[in-house]
Design a protein around this ligand. Structure first.
Ligand code: AQP
Length: 334
């Protein structure tokens, strides 16, 4: 079991599609930056992934979970210092979800923007998709999590889990810690390169070439995606005045370079979008090429990846089971 001296950090990623630079900037790179400040747990949320069953083929899902694990490690998560595990390996997640379902008013879930957006794109909407935020609340609350580093799109779900935790604590007794979101001031919502009005997402990347930059895309694919990104017919490269597509490129440059906005604006002033794109492509490739190389090596070691997942699950299982028992005792189950 993890000895908890530090505050706890928990976050998750769905093993669907190709992980992209939005996931990297909004979530993974933040996890890497924070992993030593906290007792950190990272979860590959395969139970969330199946809420859109049309996208799931069993062998594909298993493979995607291992790919996600390899990308986390290749991006800098140290599996010795932090825990990486697969959600479905710990049954306490689904059991706590059922308990939390029973105290979560339907109206709270109906307000969720992600559900409204995703369900509008589907012919048949699963109960699991509607219930997605409650499973997410169970994930986070099981580990008595203090902070949840996520992209901006997840802010509403973190606020909901805070409401669910408060309601449970009020009705049955204090068991859950109220989690705080940790969201980047800049880079928390990377937009599609082909359409800067839409959040870069795995689901859109599957349908539209040029929408996203994959974390493990080869350099030439990255360069092509950046060079084809939507801009405008002008030359404006100031953050506050740039058009949405150009601003998106500037923000990606800002986060990956670590430079100040003033320095970036001075550097790109009057040089045109071709120059900005070439510089950005070089920077993205320099950032992601080592990640891709480590990823390819890790994917050639499936037994090692499997062993890490097994160890990860064994490290978190006692924490999850202990919190679940506390919740069941308070409710009177068992
Ligand atoms: N564009 C983004 N910019 C910044 N952060 C982002 N995240 C996702 N997209 C961006 C953050 O990445 C973490 C994992 O999220 P996810 O697994 O739900 O990824 P996704 O790309 O949003 O996946 P989907 O399946 O394609 O969902 P839709 O279609 O809804 O976007 C989270 O911390 C998330 O905030």
């Amino acid at each position: 079991m993890i000895e908890q001296q530090k505050k706890r950090l928990f976050s998750g990623i769905q093993p669907t599609g190709e992980l992209h630079i939005g996931n990297y900037i909004g979530a993974l790179s933040l996890w890497v930056e924070q992993q030593d400040q906290f007792d950190s747990i990272f979860c590959i949320v395969d139970l969330h992934a199946i809420t859109i069953p049309e996208t799931i083929v069993p062998e594909y899902l298993r493979k995607k979970s291992r790919e996600a694990e390899a990308i986390l490690i290749a991006s800098g998560i140290d599996p010795e210092r932090s825990v990486i595990f697969i959600q479905s390996h710990i049954p306490a997640h689904t059991e706590l979800t059922w308990i939390l379902n029973s105290i979560t008013p339907i109206g709270w879930l109906e307000r969720m923007t992600q559900f409204k957006v995703k369900s509008a794109q589907l012919e048949s909407i699963s109960t699991g998709l509607f219930d997605y935020p409650v499973l997410q609340a169970a994930d986070v609350l099981l580990y008595k999590t203090n902070v949840v580093p996520v992209g901006e799109d997840q802010r509403q779900h973190i606020e909901l889990m805070d409401d669910i935790a408060q309601r449970f604590n009020h009705l049955f007794g204090e068991v859950f810690i109220l989690p705080q979101p940790m969201i980047r001031a800049s880079g928390a919502r990377i937009m599609g390169l082909d359409d800067p009005t839409a959040k870069m997402s795995k689901s859109l990347a599957e349908k539209r070439k040029g929408h996203a930059i994959g974390i493990v895309d080869p350099p030439e694919v990255i360069r092509e995606a950046v060079m084809r990104a939507v801009t405008d017919s002008g030359k404006e490269t100031r953050f506050d005045c740039a058009s949405p597509g150009v601003k998106n490129l500037l923000v990606i440059y800002e986060v990956l370079s670590g430079k100040s906005r003033e320095a970036i604006e001075a550097y790109f002033e009057g040089k045109g979008y071709g120059f900005l794109k070439r510089e950005l492509a070089d920077l993205v490739i320099a950032t992601l090429e080592p990640v891709r190389n480590r990823y390819l090596k890790l994917m050639a070691e499936p037994a090692y990846l499997e062993e890490l997942l097994h160890r990860g699950a064994e490290r978190v299982r006692p924490i999850a089971e202990s919190t679940l028992k506390q919740a069941k005792d308070l409710v009177g189950l068992g």
